[in-house]
Design a binder for this molecule. Sequence first.
Ligand code: SAM
Length: 274
Amino acid sequence: MAKTEVPDQSHQAKKRFGQNFLVDGNIINRIIRAVAPQSGQHLVEIGPGLGALTSHLIDKKCQLDVVEIDRDLAEKLRAQYGQANGFQLHLIDALKADFGSLTKPGAKLRIIGNLPYNISTPLLFHLLTFKEKIADMHFMLQREVVDRMGSPEGKKTYGRLSIMVQYHCHVEPLFVVPPSAFKPAPKVESAIVRLRPRARTIMAQDPAFFSRVVNVCFQQRRKTIRNGLKSILKELPEDCLSHIDLSRRPETFSVEEFVDIANALSALRRPGTE
Ligand code: SAM
């Protein structure tokens, strides 16, 4: 039988900040076990809310920075944890936070967050701009988003999000969390995912162009990649991708193959073309 935490009754959950507070003690413990914080590490929690995860992170002898946008919650958090060793609260929009400025020499950041679903993808891409300074990230996201992130090629769930996230990170879906674990309960299932920034052996020479190539190909995922790339290929010699079977559909191409296509095309593009 799952232990239920009693949320702070004096706080009215705000929809605009995606506030669904974790109340299932078993799930909270599972998340903390998955993160396994060790003393001396530098943790950053995004959206601590009423402290369901924070209270378990605070006593691990870690540096713990928390980033919260809601002024009312920030006040409560400050009152409850403000005096704790290594605790630092930042009342700021995580989408605008300079996570790089939090790091200290020798310790990469470990990011944790039960994220508001409406900002989870832009926030992830914002965080990836600091990926050299991040050891790993554990997020609670919509299950469907985790399925897409971790999807191998060839599956229905494989697409732009899978490729862009897997290009930057190892993706490890951990476990599913039912709506009943939250108050108020969301309409959909959630899941915990672990992301570890990776160093790639084959890098996209022009990351913005790589993203554009993936984007145009998946605008028409049921068509061949030749069709998807039409707008780019018309500027280039016909045989520029002769080593690639252009009659395949985009969802059959691996991340590495997309990098290869983007690099081959970007080498041929005229300087200054978008
Ligand atoms: N961590 C708590 C828990 O598990 O019960 C709360 C999770 S709740 C789904 C999301 C939290 O993120 C809320 O505390 C909300 O105020 C905060 N939040 C929403 N948008 C944010 C933003 N742009 N920057 C920082 N925090 C944000």
